[in-house]
Write a protein that binds this ligand. Structure first.
Ligand code: GDP
Length: 189
């Protein structure tokens, strides 16, 4: 299993745009694959030298009533649980909304690594949003433009240690399993 990143955030912040940028034409739509639910998309992402799996919580409509908010929360919790880390996107032009606060709370409570991305920050448009985003208490925000491909280098820098840690953990497990196999073979003789 490769490192898995969940892109989460309220509707319309640019999650699908970023997913498509990371995944490109490869597996851009994999809803029909077995094991992938209708509401979550999964794809093979490439960012600089990094290779990982990305999950997008697509299929979220605007949460205008309580049931939709509940659905949004459940879907996000599921995606966060499936992933090694989450990329929480907010819209740098819109500023922080009550729904953003709801997501921030889910992520803080998950206790898992979170990268905070302030999207739609092309040019100087997202500066105020970036400053505002510090208040979410999720670390240093990264200014991004999913549509124009800005901030991708900074995103790669933030992701690299997480991807490497996950790969090292897999290597340790594989090594341990090989050791067990060798011991079992020796015992069998
Ligand atoms: P999602 O609902 O979070 O998946 O958001 P989408 O990816 O569907 O994007 C919502 C809208 O924001 C679309 O009209 C996108 O074209 C637009 N959008 C996405 N990323 C950017 C960006 O970096 N800059 C700007 N200005 N618009 C963006």
């Amino acid at each position: 299993m490769s490192f898995t990143l969940a892109i989460v955030g309220r509707p319309n912040v640019g999650k699908s745009t970023l997913f498509n940028r990371l995944v490109g034409k490869r597996l851009a739509l994999v809803d029909d694959q077995p094991g992938v639910t209708r509401d979550l998309r999964e794809g093979a992402a490439r960012l600089g030298d990094l290779r990982f799996t990305v999950i997008d919580t697509a299929g979220l409509e605007d949460a205008t009533d309580d049931s939709l908010q509940g659905r949004m929360r459940r879907l996000t919790e599921r995606a966060v649980e499936m992933a090694d880390a989450s990329l929480f996107l907010i819209d740098g032009r819109a500023g922080i909304t009550p729904n953003d606060e709801l997501f921030a709370e889910i992520l803080r409570r998950s206790g898992r690594p979170v990268i905070l991305g302030v999207n739609k920050a092309e040019g100087r448009q997202g500066e105020a949003g970036v400053i505002e985003a510090y208040a979410l208490g999720l670390g240093e925000p990264i200014a991004l433009s999913a549509e124009h491909g800005e901030g991708m280098g900074e995103l790669a820098v933030a992701l690299a240690p997480l991807v490497e840690a996950a790969e090292e953990a897999v290597a340790v497990v594989e090594e341990a399993e090989t050791d067990v196999d060798v011991e079992e073979d020796a015992e069998g003789e």
